[in-house]
Design a protein around this ligand. Structure first.
Ligand SMILES: Nc1ncnc2c1ncn2[C@@H]1O[C@H](COP(=O)(O)OP(=O)(O)OP(=O)(O)O)[C@@H](O)[C@H]1O
Ligand SMILES: [Mg+2]
Length: 375
């Protein structure tokens, strides 16, 4: 492991442990020395004046210092060694989790996102860091897997119209008697579908980037606009649409939110009962959010199936598939637009059949909007 020149954290910790130990030792020895000085007189008269010094006075303190100093030095030397060795071991133990976290980071950097730190032991700061890191890795791994799936599905979907076009062109080339008008019509249809798919993909990535301008929007107006546009389709399929609701002010991209509403109403019309279907579009306002609910009659749907419908290229049951051959991006676009507007999307199957889809977006009070447009 190459490290930039400089002390390692382990060495720094060791030095500070040893330093503190030395400081404490020095203070203790100092205190002992002061204590000794207080209770030991500077000089003492000897009982027997014939003993050494001529005046009969013995220099107690200087003798004491001679005895004390080497022992104090020995204690300090011991504390130094003890502090360094003990500090090194303690710091190593303290920093061990960090090594595991670093190793996991290196593995993640080299592309292996499946590895987890799974730090054992009590909840402390390191454990929290490791757990947060594991959570991040799990999210990242899921996200990468989703992106890969998406890319694979998108390529597959884009290849289909190209392959069909090629087959049509091959037929036209090898069989000159073939009706050219029919080939052109079918090519046109296949081409339109490819363009629709590409446009849906572009829209998805645009919403995902959140790079749109936000303006005050009334969801109920959008609902009316979308319903009006889709009314001919609904009439053709014998579906009635009922629109109701309050003024629902929010902030967002007009184009994207209109697309969201249109996708929902379009789905409600085409994935409905073969005859006498009904669609209800409602807008309502809550204290902090505004809500758009699109509800429709239709086949009974299992809750497990409903929870997967917002995934890109997910198309529900085969039977529905044949009644309307969509690309399967409508609800994925709705979900991405909702998330880009900090909202939530809820899909609930209706007990009688069909589905109820609710989009909840943050509300803005009409008062604030008024001020904004006034200024
Ligand atoms: N309102 C609804 N009622 C019943 N089923 C629905 C409804 N909306 C969506 N679905 C189911 O969810 C699937 C996915 O819908 P989505 O809008 O993503 O794709 P699509 O409608 O098949 O194609 P397109 O991309 O053209 O919209 C549909 O195929 C359908 O089975
Ligand atoms: Mg759709």
């Amino acid at each position: 492991m190459d490290r930039a020149p400089g002390l390692s954290v382990r060495l720094k910790l060791t030095l500070s442990y040893a330093g503190f130990l030395m400081l404490a030792g020095a203070l203790l020895l100092g205190a002992v020395w002061v204590f000794l000085l207080r209770y030991v007189p500077d000089r003492a008269m000897l009982k027997n004046p014939d003993d050494k010094p001529a005046n009969g006075v013995f220099p107690v303190r200087s003798v004491l210092l001679d005895v004390f100093a080497p022992r104090a030095a020995a204690v300090m030397a011991f504390l130094l060694v003890f502090g360094l060795v003990g500090g090194w071991i303690l710091a190593g133990r303290m920093l061990a989790p960090l090594t595991r976290i670093t190793d996991a980071t290196r593995l993640a950097t080299s592309g292996s996102l499946s590895h987890r730190i799974q730090l054992p032991g009590h909840k402390d700061e390191f454990r929290e860091l490791a757990d947060a890191f594991d959570a991040m890795l799990a999210r990242l791994e899921a996200h990468v897997a989703e992106q890969r799936r998406f890319a694979a599905n998108a390529s597959h979907e884009l290849r289909t119209p190209l392959a069909i076009s090629k087959a049509l062109l091959d037929v036209a080339r090898t069989d000159p008697k073939h009706d050219a008008g029919e080939v052109i019509d079918r090519l046109h249809a296949v081409n339109t579908r490819a363009i629709d798919l590409t446009e849906a993909l572009l829209l998805l990535s645009r919403a995902d980037q959140r790079s749109f301008t936000r303006e005050p929007i009334d969801l109920s107006l959008l609902a009316e606009e979308a319903t009006e546009t889709l009314l001919p389709l609904a009439e053709k399929r014998g579906v009635t649409i009922d629109t109701s609701g309050d003024i629902t002010p929010t902030i967002g991209s007009h184009a994207l939110l209109l697309q969201l509403t249109t996708n929902l109403v379009h789905n409600a019309i085409v994935h409905n009962l073969p005859e006498q279907g009904a669609v209800w579009v409602k807008t309502s306002i809550r204290p902090k959010t505004v809500e758009l609910t699109v509800e429709n009659t239709g086949e009974k749907l299992a809750p497990q199936l409903v929870s997967t419908l917002t995934e890109p290229f997910q198309r529900g049951t085969e039977r529905m598939h044949t009644s309307h051959a969509g690309v399967g991006l409508g609800l994925a676009i709705v979900k991405t637009i909702t998330q880009a507007h900090d909202g939530t999307l809820t899909l609930t199957p209706r007990p009688a059949g069909g589905i109820r889809i609710t989009v909840e977006l943050p509300a803005t009070s009409p008062h604030i909007d008024g001020e904004k447009s006034g200024s």
